[in-house]
Unconditional design. Structure first.
Length: 133
């Protein structure tokens, strides 16, 4: 299933007009611009904080491990579970909107913040593999 932000990204990448995107997503043109700015900011933060380099390194390691017959699927899911700026905003207990933005921008630029990791046992992994969940 594709999220609205992924769809917005695909449409913007193919140079679809904001008015058309807004109509397709059922949102205002202003909301399209706000979401696009958030996406661009998050992508830049991923470059700045080293997340993209981490993912590249992990991919090499996972491919090497796979050659030995192993899988790092659970770890890949954990590493791919980066919190969005919107999610992080709720964890910043500052009253000033300006302070909140400064802290959020600094965190995104200098830190990789993942969602809570829930370990999975081999038994659960086998069940998931057989049920397709």
């Amino acid at each position: 299933m594709i999220s609205d932000d992924n769809y917005l990204f695909k449409l913007k990448s193919t140079k679809v007009a904001d008015v058309v995107i807004a109509k397709k997503l059922g949102i205002s043109v202003e909301e399209v611009a706000l979401r696009w700015q958030r996406i661009v900011t998050d992508l830049q933060a991923s470059e700045d904080n080293g997340y993209n380099a981490l993912c590249d390194q992990f991919t090499v390691m996972a491919n090497q491990y796979q050659l030995l017959g192993g899988s790092l699927k659970v770890m890949a899911g954990a590493i791919g579970s980066v919190m969005t700026s919107q999610e992080l905003e709720g964890f910043i207990p500052l009253t000033s909107e300006e302070d909140r933005k400064l802290v959020l921008d600094s965190l995104r630029k200098h830190c990789i913040i993942l969602r809570r990791f829930t370990p999975i046992t081999p038994e659960e992994a086998l069940k998931q593999a057989h049920t397709g969940n």
